[in-house]
Ligand binder design. Structure first.
Ligand SMILES: [Zn+2]
Length: 66
């Protein structure tokens, strides 16, 4: 059974550097490429992936709001 079902959403991710809260969803890329996700709050690299599933980080809470 191919993995073509709807992408689960709402996976939580905390920036390891500043604690900002994101949700992560994945979109399907055309090809494998290295994607680097940077925190929009502290601008540090949170994660790197090299698969065809491209993670999209959506900021929910800045650490100042917590
Ligand atoms: Zn951060």
């Amino acid at each position: 059974m191919p993995l073509t079902g709807p992408v689960s959403h709402g996976k939580k991710f905390f920036c390891p550097a500043c604690g900002a809260l994101y949700t992560v969803t994945y979109k399907r890329g055309e090809k494998k490429e290295i994607t680097t996700a940077k925190c929009v709050v502290c601008l540090k690299v949170m994660a790197e992936t090299d698969s065809a599933s491209v993670p999209v980080y959506t900021l929910i809470h800045r650490p100042e709001d917590a």
